[in-house]
Design a protein. Sequence first.
Length: 428
Amino acid sequence: MSSPASSPTIRLGIDFGTTNTVVVMLDANGQPRPMRFSFPHHPPAETCRSLLCLWHEETQPGQPPLHEAIGAAAIDAYLEDPAESRLIMSMKSYLAQASFRQTRLLGRVMTLEMLIARFLDCLMRVIQVDPAHVSATVGRPVQFAGERSDNAFGEQRLRDSFRTAGFQHVNIALEPEAAGWRFAQRLKEPATVLVADFGGGTSDFSILRFDPDAAQGTVPLGYAGVGIAGDQLDYRIIDHVISPELGRHATYRVMGGQPLPVPAEWYASLGHWHRLALMRTPQTLRAIADVARTASEPHRLHALMKLIEDQQGQTLYRAVGAAKRALSSAGATVLEYSYGNLEIRREITRTEFESWIAPDLIRFDNAVEAALTRANLPATAIDRVFLTGGTSFVPAVRNLFVRRFGSERVDMGGEFVSVAEGLALMNG
């Protein structure tokens, strides 16, 4: 950490997301520089999963100290002992929910602000920045998550969380405004812009009026969000390619009766690595073993058990994610995954993938229509469309906007860092 006497104020843009967090620092020339997060046994990355893992270590009598890890390290700590640790996810989604004030974790009462502050404190330690010397611009959605969300309440809790973590100077800005900030700087005249911000778990569609000459600069006109994004598209591949290899279509018999389908909930959990980790209990593993005894495809259920017992969810998801990304630039790819006796080598065509994600594309399109309706604008009133986030590179997703608005109006930005870079520039 830098000493208080010599440290100038550090200007950061912080995109604290439901799924991932990105931090961008302005350098001496006022240019944004994404910070990289390094965790043991993981390559450095510009994104940090918005995860906090808490656990006790019985090292002294009385109440043992509470330890924590974030990001990739939180995943490792949780997988090491899922029963005795607590993994906190999607903290941001509760900010505007007045019903969630506090929770009890490992014998301690903790408020949501305390949990987020603990995550932020770890985040700053990872990048070796003292929050006391930071001027931070922090993003918030136009509409916080939840059916009865209170936006003012959510913003205040977000601000309080950062102050609890030791930040002295915190400004709050709209995430879609930040995502469009660098793009908007190229505008020479007023424009109505649709910003589509695709995250890991949620997607936001915001219509804003940018005026480079106006004092206010940006005016939000309409908003819609949907609780799906990149993770959902991964799940479609898992459901169609991986799950059948692990027995999803198998049947089993009870006391020689009629064939019954294997429990579907086992395969629903495959789409979420933390749920897969929770299946690593004697009760669940016994249940799978019992079904395997009379199953039509016992070897596939044994492969499922091996995957759960040896906690191979992360490696599986990496293979699925790589296949999805390959389909953004190729007409076909081969998903390869092997572990133990499980060998998967399956060609996936882009046409096939697009048929799997068709229901999700409809939800994206409906959300765009909802944003236009709330703004009381036709599609022809949108001057430019700005897409950001990894899912925007999926051709079928991008084509939704091209069909509705025309290719000449659709632009794209940084895959994961656009919001944080915009926030940093707003802090310049």
